[in-house]
Ligand binder design. Structure first.
Ligand code: ZN
Ligand code: ZN
Length: 255
């Protein structure tokens, strides 16, 4: 009903809400008209939890209170030096999952903006803030792009870059071959499944030279995908890669 929507739009959000009565994409309850965010209700946002302390300064993995992650963190200790910092706005949980699904599977492209807003509130080491200029999303497969019409990571990367004053460069990474869906695989299998699945087309390598690139995805699960993408960016000439996601799966914390 584009015409009705236009007419009502001129009457303001109140009239739109009478007809379209927005419900939260995560909990399906009506969103009170007093709330500014028309896609995710305030209660769901309140239930989204940030990553717990203490955590590794580099990768933000939770660290047991009695354990010092230096000099070698159990999670990131073996990663390439050029992978600098990993951040996620929230721990995966029911509300976070609902928001991710709305963006990824249910066509709620507008969710990218409030999600990127939360990502823009994360703190980074000083050198990351000083050096990053380019934001690159994890690419999706051509088949999934045809099916959904958009890459959720690219929407997040674009909105996140805008909020941070950086530049989104959506097509720098490409999938070189179809990897199987990661969902049903164990960590070791995930790593083998995505190794060498990504590359930078030759004509895009120039813009990466010497850059500290910010890689963006919706969810960090084992890190296999993000680390494979990071390696492809480094192989193509990037100097350093950091990674920002909306959610991070921490199995021991999932409710
Ligand atoms: Zn809700
Ligand atoms: Zn770490």
């Amino acid at each position: 009903m584009p015409y009705l929507r236009d007419v009502l739009g001129e009457l303001g959000d109140g009239a739109m809400d009478l007809v379209f009565a927005p419900v939260c994409v995560s909990c399906d309850r009506p969103i009170p008209t007093t709330e500014k965010d028309r896609l995710v209700c305030r209660l769901c946002w309140v239930k989204c939890r940030t990553l717990p302390h203490p955590r590794c300064e580099r990768c933000w993995a939770p660290v047991p209170a009695h354990e010092d992650p230096r000099p070698k963190c159990r999670t990131c200790g073996d990663w390439p030096q050029a992978v600098r910092a990993i951040r996620a706005a929230f721990v995966m949980g029911p509300e976070v999952k609902g928001i991710c699904h709305a963006l990824k599977y249910r066509g709620w492209e507008g969710a990218a903006d409030p999600m990127a807003q939360r990502m823009s509130e994360m703190s980074w080491p000083r050198d990351v803030e000083d050096e990053v200029r380019l934001v690159v999303p994890v690419p999706t497969s051509a088949a999934r792009l045809r099916e959904r019409g958009y890459n959720q990571a690219a929407l997040l990367a674009t909105a996140f870059a805008k909020k941070m004053g950086w530049t989104a460069s959506p097509d720098v990474l490409a999938r070189t071959r179809q990897s199987k869906t990661q969902t049903a695989l164990h960590p070791g299998e995930r790593k083998a499944n995505v190794a060498r699945a990504f590359s930078v087309p030759a004509e895009r390598a120039a813009e990466l030279q010497g850059e500290h690139v910010m890689l963006v995805d919706d969810v960090w699960t084992t890190g296999a995908t993000a680390l494979a993408c990071s390696q492809a960016l480094l192989d193509a000439g990037a100097r350093v890669v950091s990674v920002a996601t909306f959610a991070r799966v921490i199995p021991e914390l999932e409710r």
